[in-house]
Design a protein around this ligand. Structure first.
Ligand code: NAP
Length: 474
């Protein structure tokens, strides 16, 4: 079927569109927005569009926070707690923008929100609600989740200088109040630093989103909406952990053990180690993931399932001989110990991670998926002068640098599968159950996959196979 003709933009709530058969069809405001985006409408044309009063969004509901009482973590099902609801569009603050979200992605924080662990994210929204008049908007009986997005700016607040309606953007999730003095060295150290769509409302798994201007970054022009949407959170996190002097600050020749090496953050970590002249040792749990890892250029691969490591004898006792077995396996692969351990599984692996790091080595941690009450043998830490470095997301400068590397084709998106907004619960379920590789994308306003490429020549130069590698293994 031929594409529908362009709609005449009108400030009314609905406008008409001529279908190829000559029939008239009413278009909703959201359809007009989508049409304008697909036609590369000018900034003035975008401003001329009326925004809808409400939009569809993936939410958890406050009256359901107790729904998982008595369930084990693994039995809590995001498909039951994540809903697609129609929500009102809030007024924006002077330093904010309204985004038409073309695509978003699932991060593990949406899993945490959907199973209300380790605590309900409504507590974060209540705290933000007490902070200011604008903060009060976030304290609602529903939480719009999602900490990634690619899309188009529809409106900017009066204090926004560097961006305008019509700009194509990706969104990073560091939500910082620039009036906090502590935010002016490393914004991750600001007292009220938050993660957008996790500790704030109006997140990215929705047709529209509200973000601060200092979350905006240019969309890599050679990527589709869904490829552009999956990177900001995980890519920036791994950039800070591996590259930035705020965390491990990897040097050329450093050997780096990466847990979950084809997962969300692990897949980007491997690329940073390779790009920076390091030697990655990737740990995964299936042959399919091992193959993906090899194709990404990681020569040294450990299949933890095949090896059957049991770092814990029982709930209370770790098994040092299993730590030694992992250390031996690493030495057999690369002939020495690793300088850096990229740690995030937490309780299950942390003791082993501290043990296998080389004398003077660094364990850089950003998470604790398998449990946050960590145990390790401190003798192995202090006697061998190792250090544990905490890392959390990335400041704007780091997120920008990580986005730039994507835009330059030096880091590839880890997108493996794409879901619709209605399937958000299913996508979160697959991450909760570790059924996925890389990143799972979600189409929000984008009607199909494959749209949004503005620079096909550069895409061809980077290479379709490289950009879409993770999809081969989905
Ligand atoms: P992900 O896509 O689920 O990948 C994590 C991978 O870790 C899994 O695929 C799995 O890979 C491995 N893994 C899980 N449990 C493990 C265990 N017990 N032992 C060994 N390996 C295990 O998640 P992600 O997006 O990479 O995020 C990982 C963690 O980091 C999550 O807890 C997330 O909340 C956190 N995170 C924190 C930040 C931050 O800024 N602080 C940012 C992003 C993510 P295999 O099965 O293949 O081994």
């Amino acid at each position: 079927m031929a594409p529908p003709q362009r709609c005449i933009l009108a400030p009314a709530r609905k406008c008409t569109q001529f279908l190829p058969e000559g029939k008239l069809q009413l278009m909703s405001e959201m359809q007009q927005i989508l049409e304008a985006i697909q036609n590369h409408a000018s900034s003035d044309e975008i401003v001329g569009l009326k925004l809808p009063e409400s939009y569809r969004a993936a939410v958890v509901r406050k009256d359901e926070v107790d729904m998982w009482e008595g369930y084990a973590s693994e039995d809590k099902d995001p498909r039951k707690s994540l809903h697609i609801d129609e929500v009102p569009l809030p007024e924006i603050a002077p330093d904010e923008a309204v985004i038409a979200v073309m695509a978003s992605s699932i991060n593990f924080n949406t899993v945490w929100t959907s199973i209300f662990e380790p605590l309900s994210t409504f507590l974060f929204l209540e705290r933000l609600g007490r902070e200011s008049v604008w903060g009060k908007r976030h304290d609602l009986p529903y939480h719009i989740v999602g900490s990634d997005a690619s899309g188009v700016i529809l409106r900017t607040g009066s204090a926004v200088r560097n961006w305008k309606p019509g700009d194509r953007v990706t969104i990073h999730c560091n939500y910082v109040d620039d009036q906090d003095p502590k935010a002016h060295d490393d914004s991750m150290l600001a007292d009220n630093q938050r993660i957008w769509g996790f500790e704030t409302n109006f997140g990215g798994l929705a047709e529209l989103a509200v973000v601060k201007a200092n979350q905006l970054m240019p969309k890599p022009a050679h990527l589709t909406w869904e490829e552009a949407a999956v990177n900001a959170l995980c890519n920036s996190t791994s950039y800070r952990m591996i590259v930035s002097p705020h965390a491990a600050g990897m040097k050329q020749g450093d050997a780096v053990l990466v847990w979950g090496a084809t997962g969300g953050i692990g897949g980007y970590a491997i690329q940073y180690v390779l790009n920076g002249g390091g030697i990655p040792v990737g740990v995964v749990s299936s042959e399919n993931k091992a193959q993906l890892l090899r194709e990404m250029g990681c020569e040294y691969v450990i299949n933890r399932k095949e090896k059957g490591y049991k770092f814990w004898k029982d709930e209370h006792t770790q098994d040092e001989s299993e730590w030694r077995r992992l250390g031996k396996d690493i030495r057999e692969l690369i002939g020495r110990d690793v300088d850096i351990v990229f740690e995030h599984p937490g309780r299950q692996t942390f003791g082993a991670s501290v043990f296998v790091a080389a004398r003077g080595g660094t364990i850089v941690t950003c998470a604790a998926t398998s449990g946050y009450m960590i145990e390790y043998d401190n003798r192995h830490l202090w006697m061998k002068l190792k250090r544990i470095v905490a890392s959390h997301f990335a400041n704007y400068k780091e997120a920008w640098a990580a986005n730039q590397l994507i835009a330059e084709g030096k880091i590839q998106p880890m997108l493996s599968k794409v879901f619709t907004l209605e399937e958000t619960g299913e996508a979160a379920y697959q991450i909760h159950k570790n059924m996925h590789e890389g990143k799972l994308g979600v189409l929000c306003l984008a009607p199909t996959e494959g749209l949004g490429i503005d620079d096909p020549e550069f895409r061809a130069k980077v290479g379709e196979d490289k950009i879409t590698l993770a999809r081969k293994y989905a």
